[in-house]
Design a protein. Structure first.
Lengths: 319, 328
C-alpha cells in the first residue's frame, strides 16, 4: 500500500523524534541525571519506523533492550516515556522499568526486554492468543542479530511456523552483538536464510532504507494477517553508538563507523521526500526542530515529575 | 463421597475450568492423544479439540514463552512441563519474563498462567527425572508456588490457581498420581496461601509438603500407637506462605519437624525454620527446629539407593520420636 504524503512526513518526524530522544538520553546520562544504562539505536531509525509503519495501529509489538525507537514509532507519549527513562512515577512503568523495560500496553507495545532474545518466545504466545481469540491483529517481534544465535530463536520460530501464527519476526542486524561481529557469529551470509529451516519466507532488506523496510514488513504483515504464518525479515543496519553507555569501540574502526554515518537513514529519507516534492528543505528543517522541541518538553515534564513514593516500593509484584 | 485419584482430580479441574472459561487452554509436550507423560490430560483433546489441548515440539522454553505471551494478551493457559527437571530449560521465560512483567511494567500487566509439572523421586528414573526444584521458584518474586498433597487439594488448588491473576508453578508428585481420596464432583476452589492442619495432635508439629504429607500422616498413625500425638500441617501453597497456621500449631505443640523431599541445603525447610524461629512461636519451642529432607545428592538409579535418598515413613517416625522424647 502506497504511503500518503502526510504519512511520509509523519514518518520523517518519527525518525527525527527518535534521534532527538536518544541524543537527549545520551546528554542526560553524561550530565548524571539518569541512573542505570541505556542502549541507543541512533543510525537504526528506519528499521523501527519503517517496520511499525507497516502495522495497523491496533497491532502489537514486542521490543528489545534497544527499544526507544520502537516505542516512539508505536506512538508512545514522549512525556511518559522520558519520565520512565528518568525513573519517575509518571513514567509508563512508574519508574520501575527504565530504559530497558518501557511498555505501553494500551498503545500495543508489550514491552522492551532486558534479555537478548527474551521477546521471541513471548511472541509465540501472543500470536497463539490472537489466533485463538480470532482477533484480526498481528504481533511484530523485534530482536537483534545476537538474538538470532540464541536457543529461543530456534524453538520459537519453529513453533510460530508449525502453527501458522500471525507473527512477523524482524531481526535488526546492526552488525554487532555487543562486540561480536556478525562476520564472526554467523557462517551464513544472511540471517534471513535461517527462515528456510522453519519453512517460512525470509527476506533481507537494506534497513537504512525506510521504504524498503516498509515494503518488506508490509508483505510479511499481510501474510500474517491472512493466516499464512510468520515471516523473518532482516533489516541490515548499523549501530553508530556503542553497545551501551560503557563501550570503548575497541572492536571496530572509526572508519567503519564514519562510513555508515554517511548512510544515515534519516538524511536519506529526507532527501528522498524533498526530491519527490513531498517536502521543502524548510519544511524538513521545521519537522526536525519540532521533534527536538518535543523532546525538550518531555524532559521538562519528566524533571518536574515526582519520584515514586517509597511507601509504594512493593506494589505491582503480584496481581 | 466419591473417590478420585490425584491425577483424575487434576484432570477434572482442567475439564471443568475449560468448560467454564473459554480462555483456558492446555499446552505442552504430548498432552493431546498421548495424555501427557503421566496420563493426566488423557481424553481432554477428544473433548476440547487440538486448538485447546495443544501438543508442542520439545521446546520447554517455547512452552514457557507461549503461556507468558498468551496470558499477557487475555488467555489463561495451563502449560505442562513433563518433568520438573526440564523446567531448567524454561527458566529464562519463567524467571526473567513471566515473573517480572507485571512489576517491570509498573503493575499494569498481568500474566495469569499455571505451569503444571511433576516432581519427585521413587520411579527409578534417576538423577535427571526425579528432582524437586520447587524452592528455585519460591525464590522468585512474582511467581506463586503451589504443591498439593491430596486429590481433594489438587482439584481445589488447581481451580484457584487457574483463576489467579499471577503465574503459578503447580508442582505435582509422580507417586501421588494414583493415590485416591474423596473429591466432590462440583467445581470448588481452595484459596491459595491457606495451609491446612491435616491431623491434629498435641506433642509435636510436622510441617510437610507434597508426598511428605502422606508419609507424615502414616508416620503419625504409627506414633499414635506409641502415645505420641503428632499434628501434621501442610502449607499447600509455598509462596506466598500462610505463616499463621504453622506458627499457631508450633505454639500449641512446642516442637516442630519439617519434612520435604527436596535436598536439604537451600530447601524450603530452611525458610520454614526461619519463619518459625522469627515468630512469636520461638518462645514456645521446647526443642530445636528439626529438618528432615532429601540428601544433598542427585537421585540414584538403584532402587535401594533411591529409597534411602529421600525421607521415608520410618525416617519420619524416628525423627519425630526423638523430637517428642526430648532427645534432640
Amino acid at each position: 500500500m502506497a504511503l500518503s504524503e502526510a504519512r511520509k512526513r509523519e514518518l520523517l518526524r518519527q525518525m527525527y523524534t527518535i534521534r532527538a530522544f536518544e541524543e537527549k538520553a545520551e546528554q542526560l546520562y553524561a550530565l548524571g541525571k539518569v541512573h542505570g544504562t541505556m542502549h541507543l539505536s541512533i543510525g537504526e531509525e528506519a528499521s523501527a519506523v519503517g517496520s511499525i509503519a507497516a502495522l495497523r495501529p491496533d497491532d502489537l509489538i514486542l521490543s528489545t533492550h534497544r527499544g526507544h525507537g520502537h516505542c516512539i514509532a508505536k506512538g508512545a507519549d514522549l512525556n511518559r516515556m522520558m519520565a520512565e527513562f528518568m525513573g519517575k512515577e509518571s513514567g509508563y512503568c512508574r519508574g520501575r522499568g527504565g530504559s530497558m523495560h518501557i511498555a505501553d500496553l494500551e498503545g500495543g507495545n508489550l514491552g522492551a526486554n532486558g534479555v537478548v532474545g527474551g521477546g521471541i518466545p513471548i511472541a509465540v504466545g501472543v500470536g497463539l492468543s490472537l489466533k485463538m481469540q480470532k482477533r484480526d491483529q498481528i504481533i511484530l517481534c523485534f530482536f537483534g542479530d545476537g538474538a538470532a544465535n540464541t536457543g529461543p530463536f530456534h524453538e520459537s520460530l519453529n513453533m510460530a511456523a508449525i502453527w501458522k501464527l500471525p507473527v512477523v519476526y524482524v531481526c535488526e542486524n546492526n552488525q554487532y552483538a555487543m562486540s561480536f561481529s556478525v562476520k564472526r557469529a554467523f557462517a551464513i551470509e544472511h540471517i534471513s536464510d535461517r527462515a528456510a529451516a522453519y519453512g517460512m519466507p525470509g527476506v533481507t532488506v537494506d534497513g537504512n532504507d525506510l521504504l524498503a523496510v516498509y515494503e518488506a514488513v508490509s508483505q510479511a504483515a499481510k501474510r500474517a494477517r491472512e493466516g499464512e504464518g510468520p515471516t523473518l525479515v532482516e533489516n541490515v543496519t548499523y549501530r553508530w553508538r556503542g553497545h551501551s553507555k560503557s563501550d570503548a569501540n575497541r572492536y571496530r574502526t572509526r572508519e567503519e563507523i564514519e562510513a555508515w554515518k554517511k548512510k544515515c537513514p534519516i538524511k536519506r529519507f529526507r532527501a528522498h521526500l524533498i526530491e519527490e516534492g513531498v517536502l521543502t528543505e524548510e519544511e524538513a528543517d521545521r519537522i526536525e526542530q519540532e521533534a527536538y522541541a518535543a523532546i525538550d518538553a518531555a524532559v521538562a515534564f519528566a524533571e518536574a515529575s515526582p519520584e515514586p513514593d517509597l511507601s509504594t516500593i512493593e506494589e505491582g509484584v503480584y496481581a | 463421597m466419591r473417590e478420585l485419584s490425584y491425577a483424575e482430580a487434576i484432570r477434572e479441574a482442567l475439564r471443568q475450568e475449560m468448560q467454564r472459561d473459554e480462555r483456558v487452554f492446555i499446552i505442552g509436550e504430548d498432552v493431546g492423544v498421548y495424555g501427557g507423560a503421566f496420563g493426566v490430560t488423557l481424553g481432554l483433546v477428544e473433548e476440547f479439540g487440538e486448538e485447546r489441548v495443544i501438543d508442542t515440539p520439545i521446546s520447554e522454553l517455547g512452552i514457557a514463552g507461549a503461556i507468558t505471551g498468551a496470558a499477557l494478551t487475555g488467555m489463561r493457559p495451563v502449560g505442562e512441563i513433563m518433568f520438573m527437571d526440564f523446567t531448567t530449560l524454561a527458566m529464562e521465560q519463567l524467571v526473567n519474563q513471566a515473573a517480572k512483567i507485571r512489576f517491570m511494567f509498573g503493575g499494569k500487566a498481568k500474566v495469569p498462567f499455571v505451569l503444571r509439572t511433576p516432581a519427585g523421586s521413587g520411579t527409578g528414573a534417576a538423577a535427571q527425572h526425579s528432582q524437586s526444584l520447587e524452592n528455585w521458584f519460591v525464590h522468585v518474586p512474582g511467581l506463586k508456588v503451589v504443591m498439593p498433597s491430596t486429590p481433594y487439594d489438587a482439584k481445589g488448588l488447581l481451580l484457584a490457581s487457574i483463576r489467579d491473576d499471577n503465574p503459578v508453578i503447580f508442582v505435582e508428585h509422580k507417586l501421588l498420581y494414583k493415590t485416591r481420596g474423596p473429591v466432590p464432583e462440583e467445581p470448588y476452589t481452595i484459596p491459595l496461601s491457606t495451609a491446612e492442619v491435616k491431623r491434629e495432635g498435641r506433642d509435636l508439629t510436622i510441617v510437610a509438603t507434597s508426598i511428605m504429607v502422606k508419609r507424615s500422616l502414616e508416620a503419625a498413625e504409627q506414633l499414635a500407637q506409641e502415645g505420641i500425638e503428632v499434628e501434621v500441617v501442610d502449607p499447600r501453597t509455598l509462596k506466598p506462605l500462610d505463616e499463621e497456621t504453622i506458627i499457631r500449631s508450633v505454639m500449641k505443640t512446642g516442637r516442630v519437624l519439617i519434612v520435604h523431599e527436596a535436598c536439604k541445603t537451600g530447601g524450603y525447610g530452611g525458610e520454614l525454620a526461619a519463619v518459625i524461629a522469627g515468630s512469636e512461636a520461638f518462645d514456645y519451642l521446647d526443642a530445636p527446629i528439626v529438618r528432615l529432607a532429601g540428601r544433598d545428592m542427585p537421585i540414584p538409579y538403584n532402587r535401594t539407593l533411591e529409597y534411602h535418598t529421600v525421607p521415608q515413613v520410618e525416617n519420619i517416625v524416628e525423627a519425630a520420636r526423638q523430637l517428642a522424647q526430648g532427645r534432640v
